[in-house]
Design a protein around this ligand. Sequence first.
Ligand code: SF4
Length: 210
Amino acid sequence: MAERISLPDLRGDIAACRICRDNPLRGPDDRLPHEPRPVAVISETARILIAGQAPGLKVHESALPFNDASGDRLRSWLAVDRETFYDSDKFAIVPMGFCFPGYDLQGHDLPPRRECAPHWRQMVMDAMPQVELVLAIGQYAQAWHLGGRRAKTMTQTVRDWRDHLLSNSPPRILPLPHPSWRNTSWLKKNPWFEAEVLPVLRREIERLIT
Ligand code: SF4
């Protein structure tokens, strides 16, 4: 069996990663247009993993995950303050792409770099066997963590939350929409999310951080 990499080594290797600058999957024209700055909180003790998408520019500049309006909404969903949220003994925060991917032609954030998860994600998961609950935020995290159990749409995947949360195969996965302001209309169209999912989510969080 392959030896598991230590957490300090893994953190150092991720911090030094330059794959998307030096060896992008789609060739030199698809280089990351800025210096990579991986942002991930990998923890030895956290029982909850927040599996997000990729850092935005504000997070890239501050190196603090969810240090933006999306983070404020996510913290309100979880009913935790910033101090608790950034306590790495309580929450690991590992997006599907560790570096800000840049913008598309419309000025929207690009999806997570496709190099990142195939290279790093299994290593990260193997390094955190204590994680009991994964909050799979958005389609990319849901695709990786749920695989074939994911429904055809993100909405249906989140609607199936009970099946995923009650699954016996650890860690349990709770699919969530992205807390971005762009999803405000989704939240209005799907009031069952705040009415049914958030109370259960908050109970789970309280149980796992205390
Ligand atoms: S996005 Fe991931 S694979 Fe690409 S440079 Fe950053 S850490 Fe490395």
